[in-house]
Design a protein around this ligand. Structure first.
Ligand code: MTE
Ligand code: MO
Length: 232
């Protein structure tokens, strides 16, 4: 009959063997270090390129042609101001917005007047949700958006409400990169790209239906509807 354990070293001898402990300590070290690395990397994911069977564009398919080039907004010092015809003007930090408002997602295509387009999964908050926090006055019927680079544009309040317009902080599952408008870009669906203001700093409720933003005051249609010409 064979002896099952006959030739094996006793377990306790393995345990006091120095190389054994060196290996255990090195392994534990590696595991906890990789944990730290992961904590730093939870910041972001890899962008998705397909959503519910639909092929998406890449966040790298945009042409960067902003009036003053990419803007680098510091998340810690950033505030989004809500101003104008409202009872309670309010400022929000980046985290207050990300953490407090219900999340909405939409696949929407941006069409630039230059002739290119990008289909993206946008994720953000409802513009009406943030306006509601400030008790809008009934005279307000236009929203004027201001941005970090001095760019402005405007849209009717009716359109914003009826179309459930969102302001995005993620595209294709990743946080907006600086060139794409971090922290926030307006998803102005069914409107030309120049209505999709990036790096939003202020949302102003107004009754000035004749207000003209950066490109609108240079001859582009103030309505900005995709199914119409972009020349006024
Ligand atoms: N703040 C700001 N937002 C902006 C612009 C800009 O110059 N500044 N350009 C607009 C235009 S013309 C387009 S087509 C879209 C997308 O432009 P992008 O490819 O440069 O992101 O952003 C819009 N939002
Ligand atoms: Mo554009």
């Amino acid at each position: 009959m064979k002896r099952l354990f006959g030739k094996k070293k006793p377990l306790f001898k393995n345990i006091i063997n120095p190389p054994f402990w060196v290996i255990v300590i090195v392994l534990l070290g590696m595991i906890s270090f990789s944990g730290c690395l992961q904590d730093d990397l939870v910041l972001d994911h890899v962008e998705i390129r397909e959503y519910q069977g639909e092929r998406l564009s890449s966040i790298n398919d945009f042409r960067e042609n902003s009036i003053k080039g990419p803007q680098y907004v510091d998340k810690e010092n950033y505030t989004l101001k809500i101003t104008g015809l409202i009872e309670n003007p309010k400022n929000f930090s980046y985290n207050e917005i990300i953490n407090n408002f219900p999340i909405y997602t939409k696949v929407v295509t941006l069409y630039c007047v230059e002739g290119w387009s990008t289909k993206i999964l946008w994720e953000g908050f409802l513009l009406s949700d943030i306006l509601e926090e400030t008790n809008p006055l009934s005279e307000g019927n236009v929203i004027i958006f201001h941005a970090y680079d001095g760019y402005t544009t405007s849209l009717p309040l009716e359109y914003v409400k009826n179309k459930n317009i969102i302001i995005a902080y993620k595209m294709n599952n990743v946080t907006l990169p600086p060139e794409r408008g971090f922290p926030f870009q307006l998803v102005a669906e069914s409107k030309w790209g120049y209505k999709w203001i990036k790096w939003i700093t202020e949302i102003e409720l107004s009754d000035n239906t004749n207000y003209k933003g950066f490109w609108e005051s240079r001859g582009y249609s103030n309505k900005g509807d995709l199914n119409e010409s972009y020349f006024e």
